[in-house]
Design a protein around this ligand. Structure first.
Ligand code: FAD
Length: 308
């Protein structure tokens, strides 16, 4: 499978330099990360919300090495939230954050990430919206769930992400469903070893359905993070069986992927939230999108050759 190979190669500095400097990269990156600044992204927020979609905003950047960068990440989210306040979109636009960007991997990282994310959650709540903590590689998750639990004491709407490919996730889902959390379920986008994660697509898909059933039957608010047509149909059926109304769960997809499907689900009356990433440090996010679909990599390589 090409995906794990791309993910492994993406950790090399040489690869990062090569991809970042390639003449065509920006044009391909724009499909997934449609802006670098708050000013770039506001027209996109307006356009998508005008079309009946909701958004979750991700300021890209994860491989930070200093506490100052973590503070800058916090400030970037605060700048965005200040601008969202003027737009008065409330919960239609929420935030997604990666705790690594808030310093989780640095010395004293757990406390540092909590200290940096809390003001973002407070600012989001002050404008009537919320924050979801993204799930990164499996070594970071105990800390992420502990921060999620801590934040929920004051801000119970704070959400988190769980990944169907991890063996641990069925137990996490039962705990979070009983606690009434907002939970986004995704397949999982990192390269994980066979000791902790399913490696085969059909095993991941089956786990996804089992976990989704737990979330739908539980007390919380399920957020179905997938573009997979089969899983979307199953989610609709499970929601129906669990007696959930259309506003008691939502679909989420990534900006730039299956845009017609975003609009179709919204037109059917579903809550459809588009995960929209922006910023300058796009490398990690972009490489995961290439790894998810080898055709993206082929397109990228072909454009490099034709430009070269
Ligand atoms: C809203 C949202 C938030 C996410 N947050 C996280 C997170 O916090 N942590 C995490 O580990 N992962 C996250 N992911 C990524 C996720 O784990 C998967 O890697 C990704 O969604 C692809 O899986 P899929 O369910 O769409 O199914 P797949 O079987 O991979 O894809 C189904 C179909 O969707 C289309 N598609 C999928 N990916 C792409 C792509 N990159 N380019 C073009 N077409 C594509 C293709 O048509 C494909 O056939 C998130 C995904 C979404 C939608």
């Amino acid at each position: 499978m090409l995906g794990p190979v791309i993910l492994a190669a993406s950790r090399s500095d040489r690869m990062r330099r090569l991809i970042s400097a390639a003449p065509v990269t920006k044009q391909v990156v724009d499909r997934f990360i449609p802006g670098e600044t708050v000013a770039d992204i506001v027209p996109i927020i307006r356009d998508l919300t005008d079309r009946g979609l909701e958004l979750t905003m991700d300021v890209v950047g994860e491989d930070i090495t200093t506490p100052e960068q973590a503070t800058a990440a916090r400030d970037a989210y605060l700048e965005l939230i200040a601008r969202l306040k003027d737009l008065e979109l409330g919960e239609k636009v929420e935030m997604s954050v990666k705790l690594s960007m808030f310093g989780q991997a640095l010395e004293g990282g757990h406390e540092l990430a909590l200290a940096n994310v809390r003001p973002v959650v407070e600012a989001a709540a002050a404008i009537g919206t919320t924050v979801t903590l993204d799930a990164e590689d499996h070594t970071t998750l105990d800390s992420m769930f502990a921060i999620h639990e801590e934040l929920r004491k004051d801000f119970p709407q704070t959400g988190c992400v769980i990944q169907a490919y991890l063996f641990r996730t069925e137990a996490d889902a039962r705990r979070l469903a009983a606690a009434g959390s907002r939970v986004r379920l995704v397949k999982g986008a990192y390269k994980e070893p066979a000791e902790v994660a399913y490696q085969q697509k059909h095993e991941i898909d089956k786990a996804y359905v089992r976990i989704l059933k737990t979330l739908m039957e539980g007390e919380g608010y399920p957020m179905i993070g997938s573009h997979d047509p089969r899983l979307i149909a199953i989610a609709q059926e499970l929601a129906h069986q669990a007696g959930r109304k259309l506003d008691e769960y939502e679909f989420q997809m990534l900006y730039g992927i299956r845009g017609d499907e975003h609009l179709r689900l919204a037109a059917e009356g579903h809550r459809m939230r588009v995960y929209t990433a922006y910023g300058t440090d796009w490398y990690g996010y972009f490489m995961r999108r290439l790894a998810e679909k080898p055709a993206n990599l082929r397109f990228f390589l072909r454009s490099m050759v034709s430009k070269g």
